[in-house]
Design a protein around this ligand. Structure first.
Ligand SMILES: Nc1ncnc2c1ncn2[C@@H]1O[C@H](COP(=O)(O)OP(=O)(O)OP(=O)(O)O)[C@@H](O)[C@H]1O
Length: 122
């Protein structure tokens, strides 16, 4: 059990751990780095094409969704490798399913990107 500390100190500490986790993801995960790169590109595109407030909201939600699910996917992979470092069919299934979740979010993000930007080209 943790030492009893004031509520606000505990909340601040949790915030610090979460921030540390985000930095670990950004520094070590190639897929997150690629996704952040895409997020930066579409943010520039948003300004360039002067997209509407609603389009910005959809874009920000999709960026957050893809990055956060990718973060959870990374955690699932780490747990899988920790509990069973050797090859196992079940571990393969667990990792594939976690990756599938990222895939679903990415398809949704692509569709949203199409809805926002395709009309600007045709
Ligand atoms: N221990 C294992 N047992 C069985 N199959 C595995 C195992 N480790 C990985 N795999 C298979 O290899 C795939 C890739 O796993 P890996 O841990 O290398 O993820 P990754 O490609 O690095 O993912 P990301 O790019 O999201 O970090 C898994 O989806 C799974 O199909």
């Amino acid at each position: 059990m943790h030492k009893k500390e004031p509520f606000i100190i505990n909340r601040l500490k949790s915030f610090g751990f979460a921030f540390k986790g985000m930095l670990i993801l950004l520094k070590t995960e190639a897929s997150i780095q690629v996704q952040v790169g895409i997020a930066i590109l579409v943010t520039f595109a948003g300004f360039y094409f002067n997209i509407s407030k609603t389009e910005w909201m959809a874009q920000v939600i999709m960026i957050g969704l893809v990055l956060s699910i990718e973060g959870v996917n990374t955690a699932v992979e780490a747990i899988a490798d920790f509990v069973h470092p050797d090859y196992h069919k079940k571990i393969g299934l667990i990792k594939d399913v976690a990756a599938g979740a990222v895939f679903i979010a990415s398809i949704a993000a692509l569709i949203i990107a199409g809805i926002i930007y395709l009309p600007k080209f045709i």
